[in-house]
Write a protein that binds this ligand. Structure first.
Ligand code: SF4
Length: 216
């Protein structure tokens, strides 16, 4: 049993992200069977982890719901929590610039989501149990978008989605698998704002992602 499955097991969720029969739960339905509107509504009323207590708005995702490119970050911040949209503010502007540098935009050919849909207090990292609780929604989003390539933004998203303890530096520059979808790892835009010297590495990652996508 891998790390994410172990957390899910502790929470009464079995490894296919479905609820155990007869186990009390806070999910109104099983996300694995939901369409977009049903899932958005379920997220808005979700109380499956403690993050629901501090949220103003849930942050489901933004962009084309049938995009070839899916970008996944870690969690909503303060501005996202107020607006209900991922990656707004300075980190969002940088992400938009990164997308534009390889001919992408959230308006046209990209979908952007996070590992959790509610803001962690004081912008702390989401706990493994919170990411596990929210994973059925992320998993269903991935199915509904049906991307050709997933780009994981930052250590938290990469380790959670790839179920890995590896450092971001060792995960960069490789093609990983998220189910049967190729995934690559790069830095989170918020990290790049604090560490601008690594922007050149992020540019290398984006060029690598574009090359991988071209070959699909
Ligand atoms: Fe539900 Fe996800 Fe919000 Fe937790 S973060 S309350 S699992 S929608």
């Amino acid at each position: 049993m891998n790390r994410m499955d172990a957390v899910m097991e502790e929470m009464g969720l079995h490894p296919l992200w479905r609820l155990k029969p007869g186990k009390a739960n806070e999910f109104p339905d099983e996300p694995a069977a939901m369409g977009w509107e049903e899932m958005k509504s379920a997220i808005e009323s979700c109380t499956a982890c403690p993050l629901h207590k501090g949220r103003n708005r849930t942050v489901v995702g933004v962009g084309s719901e049938k995009a070839d490119w899916l970008f996944i970050g870690e969690a909503p911040g303060a501005e996202e929590d107020l607006k209900g949209e991922p990656f707004v503010g300075q980190a969002g502007k940088l992400l938009d610039n990164m997308l534009a540098s390889i001919g992408l935009s959230r308006e046209n050919n990209v979908y952007i989501a996070n590992t959790v849909k509610c803001r962690p207090p004081a912008n702390r990292n989401p706990e493994p149990s919170e990411m596990a609780a929210c994973h059925p929604f992320l998993s269903r989003q991935i199915e509904l978008v049906g991307p050709k390539l997933i780009v994981l933004l930052g250590r938290i998203a990469a380790q959670s989605v790839l179920d890995s303890d590896a450092s971001i530096s060792s995960l960069r520059g490789k093609v990983h698998a998220c189910g049967n979808i190729p995934a690559i790892v790069t830095y989170h835009p918020a990290y790049l704002l604090r560490n601008p010297m690594d922007k050149s590495k992020a540019w290398e990652d984006l060029c690598f992602a574009r090359k991988v996508m071209t070959g699909l």
